[in-house]
Design a protein around this ligand. Structure first.
Ligand SMILES: *[C@@H]1O[C@H](CO)[C@@H](O)[C@H](O)[C@H]1NC(C)=O
Ligand SMILES: *[C@@H]1O[C@H](CO)[C@@H](O)[C@H](O)[C@H]1NC(C)=O
Ligand SMILES: *[C@@H]1O[C@H](CO)[C@@H](O)[C@H](O)[C@H]1NC(C)=O
Ligand SMILES: *[C@@H]1O[C@H](CO)[C@@H](O)[C@H](O)[C@H]1NC(C)=O
Ligand SMILES: *[C@@H]1O[C@H](CO)[C@@H](O)[C@H](O)[C@H]1NC(C)=O
Length: 437
């Protein structure tokens, strides 16, 4: 009786997912109960445990971070919810022995689990605060830390390659899903695979494979993707002249090298369509440019800043982050890229038709607590996601295409975040003024 009461009380009082907060009621004495009650309050509320995700290392110790430490995931169960969001962390990548060695000194936490915290508090779309996260606050939350430096596509274990580092992002993701099954995912009705930046690329390149795995074995799980800032262009042409053609060529080389170095796994269908140019399958548009033989994709929602700062750096150079110093040619190039991002959604229409693309210079959004501020055509990202999530996501009528079209120069919308953001860093620059168009 008391157990029922306390449980209900806690549900009502905290209105948050109840995790690991059991009370042992074998002892009937009031003293003992009140003692336990205080203990429970301390454990579950004062320590804020139920707001936290808890670290689980993978039990398969062959599936590791770059440096051989075990990979893992953070989980916060929301008992009673059959919705799961599995979020892939981002943080660039490295593409050669030298660049990975440098990364290991500068960004060890992105290559090793040795110093991961046992608990983690979610933010943005993983926040448990309803006012910051009106739809997903009470879903099951999984945060998968990024420690493979391979945009989640690698399949090269150091054991097999003899290299110092392993790059097994695609295996980590498969293994996380396998191990989540026994943690409650087998009862899920809906799974949203989300990720930002390199995690967004991971969503685009792994979604169909993961969905297929989850949907075999009789599980009827609705699996969808949400790719934040992972829709990069392979910049097919170089209209502004020689210098940018050179950068396009470097981008092609780096991508080729990276995929070979990681033994990157790209979607089968894209590899079939690009037998000599597998590197192109690193880019969302190529993955979603299908033909008659292509299998149906799982529904994907793409969030992309039209002037994603990582895309601009990639295509123009790091000095893009110091506005006011751009030549006319470079400014033309910035506009060209915004247009190309818009056009790429037109070219893949009907395949990745759910799009939210504000006209801002920034990078990533989902893990930020102010993620609801930016509006396109009067809607925020959460509202657009809800409309899409309530539809089948499979037909053209279900498209939620919110691409900024009225304000077509960078940073002209009032709701753009101030301060430009370069990959992984927040508001690095104080400049809020865009380059003039
Ligand atoms: C781990 O790798 C070793 C050697 O490569 C292999 O013998 C073993 O079966 C693997 N373990 C798992 C759980 O896959
Ligand atoms: C490599 O193989 C050894 C044993 O054969 C195993 O203990 C280790 O976990 C493996 N490492 C990786 C990264 O697969
Ligand atoms: C990963 O590599 C192994 C061989 O090391 C291969 O058997 C497996 O099919 C690859 N995985 C994918 C998804 O291609
Ligand atoms: C790209 O790679 C090719 C062959 O490996 C090389 O000849 C070319 O110079 C490279 N281009 C750039 C811009 O790095
Ligand atoms: C997409 O294409 C349609 C016509 O096919 C055109 O009217 C529209 O302006 C295009 N949208 C963008 C964002 O380029």
């Amino acid at each position: 009786m008391f157990l029922v009461f306390t449980t209900v009380f806690f549900w009502a009082f905290l209105s948050v997912p109840l995790v690991d907060c059991s009370i042992d009621l074998q002892q009937e004495s009031w003293n003992e109960l009140s003692h336990q009650f205080v203990h429970l309050a301390k454990k579950c509320y004062l320590s804020r445990d139920i707001f936290m995700m808890r670290l689980h290392h993978l039990t398969d110790r062959n599936v590791t971070c770059n440096d051989g430490t075990p990979a893992g995931y953070y989980l916060r169960r929301a008992h009673g919810s059959k919705r799961w969001i599995v979020y892939l962390e981002g943080g660039e990548f490295c593409t050669s022995a030298e660049s990975c060695e440098a990364r290991y000194s500068d960004m060890t936490h992105l290559m090793s689990s040795a110093r991961w915290n046992p608990v983690k508090e979610g933010s943005g779309i993983l926040s448990t605060k309803q006012h910051l996260n009106p739809t997903w606050w009470n879903a099951n939350h999984v945060y998968v830390p990024y420690c493979s430096s391979d945009a989640w596509i690698g399949n090269a274990s150091a054991n097999e390659t003899g290299e110092r580092f392993s790059f097994v992002g695609s295996r980590i993701l498969e293994r996380v899903f396998t191990e989540l099954m026994s943690k409650g995912l087998e009862h899920a009705e809906r799974v949203l695979l989300a990720g930002s930046s390199a995690g967004g690329i991971g969503v685009i390149l792994n979604l169909d494979r993961i969905a297929k795995r989850l949907q075999t074995g009789g599980f009827k799980i609705d699996v969808r993707g949400l790719a934040d800032s992972g829709w990069y262009l392979d910049i097919p042409s170089c209209p502004a002249g020689g210098k940018h053609c050179q950068r396009a060529k470097i981008q092609e080389n780096v991508t080729k090298m990276a995929i070979a170095y990681w033994r990157g796994v790209v979607p089968d269908d894209c590899a079939r369509r690009n037998p000599q140019k597998k590197w192109k399958c690193f880019f969302g548009e190529q993955v979603y440019r299908t033909d008659d033989k292509s299998p149906k994709h799982s529904p994907l929602f793409v969030f992309q800043w039209l002037y994603d700062s990582a895309q601009l750096v990639w295509s123009i150079g790091a000095h893009i982050m110091r506005p006011g110093q751009l030549s006319d040619e470079e400014q033309a190039r910035v506009s060209y890229i915004g247009n190309e991002v818009r056009n790429s959604f037109n070219r893949t229409k009907g395949l990745s038709c759910a799009v939210f693309a504000p006209s801002c210079i920034f990078h990533s959004i989902l893990n930020q607590n102010d993620w609801l501020n930016v509006l396109v055509k009067g809607k925020n990202l959460n509202q657009a996601l809800n409309d899409w999530y309530q539809s089948s996501g499979q037909t053209t009528q279900d498209c939620q295409t919110l691409i900024e079209t009225e304000c077509t120069v960078p940073q002209c919308a009032l709701t753009c975040p101030s301060g430009w953001k370069l990959m992984g860093q927040r508001s690095r620059s104080k400049h809020t003024k865009p380059p003039s168009d």
